[in-house]
Design a protein around this ligand. Structure first.
Ligand code: R5P
Length: 286
């Protein structure tokens, strides 16, 4: 097996190759002066099972993924797996208004044209993967998050909304601490209202878990609601730390005990690694 690291996921791809004991090849990706993507894989041949690790967010990374898929084929890849740690456009899984595209379906259709298998991590809507005609699996980051926080004095694990309650359940059970969910109402793209809906938060060290943090609005609102309800401390962990519009600064300046995310998106707080979870899934295939 040969692991090719795209520019979005070099550290993760390297870590996976160390775990799997296989060759790591870094794609030499740069930009042309006009901003278009240039990439090259400096290997004479890739006559093996090839795994490309690359996000499809932002759009520039999606283009790089397409180009890498073509490059590995031309170098003789026998079987191509694409690992998409963070799958962009997963929240646009249907046309919400007439005239809108089904963005997620467009992405899967095109990505699926040049690969034999797809692995994602905590994709926002798992049903999107069914648009792929090749085998596909969405891996769960819950064991990595639970492993990180076990023994760190957490009394309660909460999801910010009912839609994510299964994640809180999985992590709570692995950590052997109680879990529940908050009530969330979205007011706008960046504003939400959150309430603990009568749960007992007094004096508790609470861990909020979510699939992603984008603007940080959800977490800020959750933290205020929990503090008002008497929580002693509030930590937060998500799989994908997008942190748009200085959200990370906003969160770290908000008296949260800890803000952490997985290395599906590499940034200064992506200290929870999903390399082992992805490597185990790749090993299953061998
Ligand atoms: C919503 O369904 C997601 O799970 C996240 O809670 C949401 O995308 C977070 O967005 P933001 O950080 O902008 O509140």
């Amino acid at each position: 097996m040969i692991i090719v690291g795209g520019s979005s996921s070099r550290d993760l791809a390297k870590e996976m190759s160390n775990i799997l004991g296989c060759t790591y090849v870094q794609a030499a990706t740069t930009r042309f002066p006009d901003g278009e993507c240039y990439t090259r894989i400096d290997n004479g041949s890739l006559n093996d099972d090839v795994v490309i690790v690359q996000n499809t967010y932002p759009d520039s990374n999606l283009i790089e993924m397409f180009l890498l898929q073509d490059a590995v084929r031309k170098l003789g890849a026998r079987h191509t797996t694409i690992v998409i740690p963070y799958f962009g456009y997963a929240r646009q899984d249907r046309a919400f208004r007439p005239g809108e595209p089904e963005s997620a379906k467009v992405m899967t259709k095109h990505l699926g044209m040049m690969c034999d298998r797809v692995l994602t991590v905590d994709i926002h809507k798992e049903s999107i993967l069914d648009y792929f005609e090749c085998p596909h699996t969405d891996l769960k980051a819950a064991p990595a998050i639970a492993g990180h926080f076990t023994g760190k004095n957490i009394d309660l694990v909460l999801s910010p909304d009912v839609g994510a309650k299964d994640r809180a359940k999985a992590i709570g059970e692995m950590m052997e601490v109680p879990y529940d969910h908050l009530e969330k109402v979205r007011l706008s793209g960046s504003e939400v209202r959150i309430s603990p809906a009568g749960m007992d938060c007094k004096g508790k060290n609470i861990l909020i878990v979510d699939d992603m943090i984008s603007t940080g609005g959800t977490i800020v609102a959750a933290k205020h609601a929990l503090k008002e309800a008497g929580a002693s401390s509030v930590s937060v962990a998500c799989t994908h730390g997008l942190f748009v519009n200085n959200a990370l600064e906003r969160l770290t300046g908000n008296a949260l005990e800890a803000v952490l995310c997985c290395n599906t998106l590499e940034n200064e707080v992506s200290h929870i690694s999903v390399a082992e979870i992805i490597s185990d899934a790749l090993n299953d295939k061998r």
